[in-house]
Design a protein around this ligand. Structure first.
Ligand code: ATP
Ligand code: MG
Ligand code: MG
Length: 349
């Protein structure tokens, strides 16, 4: 029995641990969160130490055979330290790109993959210049650490810009032109160390208050757009030499172009449908990829819609269990605070 190490202890780690257990692996978790975290509840062993605790990291590395992660913002020094002892998939090189919106978009552009126009901005003068150069409505985002639409503000030409950096809580920022997209899609690609790839079909995402609300499977796009979206995700995964998963969020413009929004080298919320309605779940695919096992087939068993249960949405859980065919997942988090992802439900359509 090999032991898989997971960095991070949220619901993505929990679902990864469940998939690992299903293939006969044991799981150890390293995370600053408490044993009562979503993932800590389902694994036998949980190191509750900070990323700076090199002794604890070394003990963790000694106890596991391979390490993966459920959070792309693990400090790269911690991953580099662990990688001296044991394979960490994906590696620090992937995190360095995925942690930084400027690096991420530049990386895509260098491969000939389109993004929204963007500029790095660090002060109001640079922001004013970037607004003028981009010349349309735009979004100012913190370069690092943002999620669920946090650390972002929409700006229109002529807006007063003085409070913008305070509003996003950072002066290390990126200004992106606002994309008037037709729809948003994502692709989860798995890649093994030998370069083998397997991608799930593109799915269609809609957001509410900056948080993913529903994922529709498959996306309502033409075969040409679907092929292009998969090509983009696989090109990025190959260029980054990802071992594990790469989730790529994309915009489809009204004239049928596919632009990259952002990427995450881990299981993705828009891939949760795969647990119940794909031939292989994204979590099992991650375990297969990092353990050098054959990748699973990625076909859709049945079209479906995944809906996140945010905050008090979860109070409906018993009614959801009563719906024929719907598949409910609860993350074991205590308090249903507003904006908190408490679970999800996937329904056949
Ligand atoms: P996540 O929770 O997916 O990590 P995040 O906080 O990293 O989200 P983004 O994915 O960059 O943020 O943006 C959140 C949402 O805001 C996008 O899914 C999209 O709906 C909208 N958005 C972001 N950037 C743009 C843009 N340049 N043009 C139009 N809409 C955008
Ligand atoms: Mg993000
Ligand atoms: Mg996003």
């Amino acid at each position: 029995g090999s032991v898989i190490g997971i960095l991070g202890a949220g619901q993505l780690g929990r679902m990864t641990a469940l998939a690992a257990a299903n293939l006969g692996y044991r799981v150890h978790v390293f995370a600053p969160e408490s044993m009562d975290s979503s993932c800590g509840q389902v694994v036998a062993y949980h190191t509750q130490a900070g990323w700076h605790d090199l002794r604890a990291l070394a003990r963790f590395a000694d106890d596991v055979d391979v390490i993966t992660l459920e959070w792309e913002n693990v400090p790269t020094y911690a991953v580099e330290f662990l990688a001296r002892h044991v394979h960490v998939h994906p590696g620090a090189n992937v995190l360095a790109v995925a942690q930084d919106r400027l690096a991420e978009k530049s990386f895509a552009n260098k491969l000939g993959i389109g993004t929204a126009p963007f500029r790095g901005v660090r002060n109001p003068a640079e922001l004013a210049l970037a607004m003028a150069e981009i010349g349309t409505a735009a979004i100012l985002k913190s370069t690092r650490m943002g999620y669920d639409g946090k650390g972002q503000i929409r700006l229109n030409p002529g807006d007063e810009l003085s409070g913008a950096f305070d509003a996003i809580g950072s002066d290390d920022a990126i200004l992106e032109g606002f994309v008037d997209f037709e729809l948003e899609i994502s692709v989860v690609t798995a890649r093994k160390a030998d370069g083998t790839l397997a991608s799930f079909p593109p799915v269609q995402n809609s957001h509410k208050a900056g948080i993913l609300d529903t994922t529709r499977v498959p996306a309502a796009i033409t075969p040409a757009v679907a092929t292009e979206a998969v090509r983009i995700a696989e090109t990025l995964a190959t260029a980054l030499q990802v071992v594990g998963l790469l989730a790529v969020e994309m915009f489809v413009t009204r004239d049928g172009r596919v632009l990259v929004n952002e990427m995450a080298p881990r299981p993705h919320n828009s891939g949760h449908w795969s647990i119940d309605f794909a031939e292989t779940s994204q979590f099992e695919q991650l375990i297969r990829a990092i353990c050098n096992l054959p990748l699973g087939s990625t076909g859709i068993m049945r079209p479906c819609v995944m809906t996140n249960l945010i905050g008090h949405d979860v109070d409906q859980w018993q009614a959801l269990l009563g719906e024929p065919g719907s598949r409910l997942h609860l993350y074991g988090k205590g308090e249903a605070r507003s904006g908190r992802k408490m679970g999800h439900v996937t329904r056949p359509v």
